[in-house]
Design a protein around this ligand. Structure first.
Ligand SMILES: [Zn+2]
Length: 670
């Protein structure tokens, strides 16, 4: 590369070099030396400088990792030499047969094996010229792949710039680690998108996104495992040496690798990682075994399909096919209902599997699964096995769809699936499946703040049958508590005192303690201020609830559902009998020019932010509510106002723009 020609150019190069260094420390060596915030500051100054001098942006700049405009599709690109797949050895016998062939073909010469983990992702060839990443090509059919260079640039562990000036090609595996995979599926649940079946599918899908920014958000990794020159030939005389060279250039090279002097050592390695594979942060499906010497590799040559100098030892499949006999529902400690497939018992790599999680209703729909179907199940780690896909639909006369129960299988309480949530939940606070969690929340610091009522004690109280409803804690006696294990008379009487003291907690705390979905501290306060009494909140309609500030349809629906559940209505009566505060003295704002007026904000105002406008209105004694109703006094509409504006027009509510609002504040003030 030519030397930077101006002070700006050298400043840019300096920043880039620093960022590259820190990316390598963080993503490859897993040893960050600066904080994320410091990194961000450095990145932002580079972005700023590049924005001022766009002509100086280079493809190897760390800013190019973030992704640009979506593309139409991918261009095909040929490989310099075929990306062959390896032959497989499925057991020790087949591996020893491979070793015997090698020994014969090498005519008694000494040889050694380079042994690496076979990571479960997709292969990618990356080409460098003058130390800069030029091109990244997927494996495709082995001779022609797809160019995905822009997407590959977003992979933080793939160096955009290396020290070596020579032209070379690294080959490696693009993978998604277990944690990144789990996180991705949780996000997809939240967005009600189908889950990815496994990390490999997720990695493959992510690398081929037309929108590079999406690839960038997926946290892929690149592990290099092979090195070639521009003609597609090896560079060094030993495979091991090429791995070390790649690591020295800044590539992530899996360090769980070994030089083995003979096949027995190879088998030891295979067994060791078969036992440890569940603890690795990524998925592997076997071990790759190569003759380390490149001259010996040449001597051994190739069959029509694969090299004779390498083999993949495949671990036993952790998948097996079986029948879904039924789908039951489990209730978790937060009340979430999880459908679970009951399977005809089947041994999957040494363990009998008879149940598999189905996560939620959307997942069942994605799989197209019905009871009576045959499915592929997969065991991974210690977690409960999962259904990968339907392999054969059941006969029409036995096949039947799963229906999420409307009653909780544990307590027959109401089951509700709130808007925007993947999970259905039992909303009975006293459901035995969630009682401990309900008490824990009830007693926690932010709500009833009952000191001394911790997890261990809750466990004891529920197990001893002393507490079957949250309200039962108000019936506990000092003697009952003192009789529990590890409880003395002193701590027992402290606890009883603390429970008694919690009776003075104000209504917002009591409301928050019920654990109604979407009702946190602030919403509880606003509700209490609006309605002034628990009973008025409990009997309010969905429409009425929305007159409270910040309460939209989703929250209102959740509150109304909660109080319509008979068990919860019963709990409310018991809490009332226990003497908890159900009424509330509303702290009314002193007068104010907008007193008694209700406002709804919608769209983007020209100068005021939503929060600023709200504060102005509230400081003037007005109220800002979430949705338009006949009780709304004014709708303040800005740019791109949507359905709220439509509704205001339909109901004939007065409209204001920002200027109108400011005017109103002024005139009403005078
Ligand atoms: Zn229940």
């Amino acid at each position: 590369m030519s030397a930077p020609s101006s002070p700006i150019a050298s400043q840019l190069e300096e920043l880039r070099a620093q960022l590259r260094h820190h990316e390598h420390q963080y993503y490859v060596l897993d040893n960050p030396v600066i904080t994320d915030a410091e990194y961000d500051v450095m990145m932002r100054s580079l972005q700023k400088l590049e924005a001022e001098h766009p002509e100086l942006i280079t493809p190897d700049s760390p800013t190019q990792r973030v992704g640009g405009k979506p593309r139409e599709g991918f261009v095909k690109a040929p490989h310099s030499s075929a990306m062959l797949s390896l032959e497989n050895a499925l057991d020790e016998e087949e591996l020893r047969a491979f070793d015997n062939r090698v020994r014969e073909l090498l005519n008694g010469a000494e040889y050694r094996y380079a042994v690496e983990l076979k990571m479960d992702g997709l292969s990618l060839a990356t080409r460098y010229t003058g130390g800069v990443l030029q091109q990244a090509i997927t494996r495709g059919d082995g001779s022609i792949g797809e160019e995905v260079t822009e997407n590959a640039r977003t992979i933080r562990s793939l160096p955009l710039r290396v020290g070596a000036d020579r032209i070379f090609e690294a080959r490696g595996e693009v993978i998604l680690g277990r944690r990144a995979f789990e996180r991705l599926n949780v996000e997809r649940d939240a967005q009600q998108l189908p889950r990815f079946a496994n990390p490999r599918n997720a990695a493959a899908g992510s690398l081929r996104m037309l929108e590079t920014a999406v690839t960038a958000s997926r946290r892929l990794d690149y592990y290099a495992y092979f090195l070639l020159d521009e003609a597609g030939a090896p560079i060094f005389d030993s495979h091991w040496e090429s791995l070390d060279w790649l690591a020295a250039q800044g590539f992530l090279v899996n360090n769980k690798r070994r030089i083995c002097a003979n096949v027995d050592e190879v088998l030891d390695f295979c067994r060791q990682y078969d036992a440890e594979r569940d603890n690795l942060p990524y998925e592997i499906d076997g071990v790759v075994i190569k003759i380390d010497s490149i001259p010996q590799q040449r001597q051994l040559g190739y069959t029509a399909k694969a090299p004779r100098w390498a083999i993949a030892f495949k671990y036993a499949a952790r998948q097996a096919e079986t029948l879904v006999e039924d789908i039951l529902v489990q209730v978790g400690r937060t009340g979430a209902l999880t459908p679970v497939a009951c399977l005809a018992p089947q041994v999957v790599s040494g363990v009998t599997v008879s149940r598999a999680t189905l996560h939620n209703e959307d997942e069942i729909a994605r799989l197209g699964l019905q009871i009576g179907d045959r499915v592929l199940v997969e065991r991974s780690g210690d977690v409960i096995p999962k259904v990968v896909r339907v392999t054969q639909e059941g006969e029409p006369q036995v096949r039947r769809p799963f229906v999420m129960p409307t009653e909780c299988p544990v307590c027959s309480g109401r089951v509700v699936r709130e808007e925007g949530e993947a999970a259905s939940r039992c909303i009975n606070v006293n459901c035995p499946a969630r009682l401990k969690e309900s008490i824990r929340h009830f007693a926690s610091r932010s709500v009833m703040a009952i000191d001394g009522l911790g997890d261990v004690l809750i466990e004891q109280l529920v197990e001893a049958g002393l507490v079957r409803s949250v309200s039962d804690i108000y019936q506990l006696t000092q003697e009952q508590v003192a009789a529990l294990e590890r409880m003395g008379p002193k701590s027992a009487s402290n606890l009883i005192e603390n429970i008694a003291a919690s009776r003075n907690m104000p209504l917002p705390r009591v409301l928050g303690a019920l654990g109604i979905r979407f009702v946190g501290e602030r919403t509880a306060e606003l509700l209490a201020d609006e309605f002034g009494h628990m009973d008025r909140i409990a009997t309010a309609t969905v429409e009425e609830l929305q007159t409270a500030q910040e309460v939209g349809p989703k929250v209102a629906e959740s509150i109304a559902n909660f109080f319509r559940e008979p068990h919860n209505a019963d709990l409310l009566d018991r809490l009332r009998a226990a003497g908890l505060k159900f009424d509330h003295v509303v702290k009314k704002k002193e007068g104010g020019p907008l007193k008694g007026l209700n406002f709804v904000l919608t769209g983007t105002l020209p100068t005021l932010s939503r929060d600023e406008a709200k504060k102005l209105i509230e400081d003037a004694g007005g109220k800002v509510v979430g949705s338009v109703s006949s009780k709304t006094s004014f709708v303040v509409a800005g740019e791109e106002a949507g359905s709220k504006l439509e509704k205001a027009k339909t109901l004939g509510i007065a409209l204001l723009d920002e200027a109108g609002l400011l005017e109103k504040l002024k005139t009403e003030n005078s």
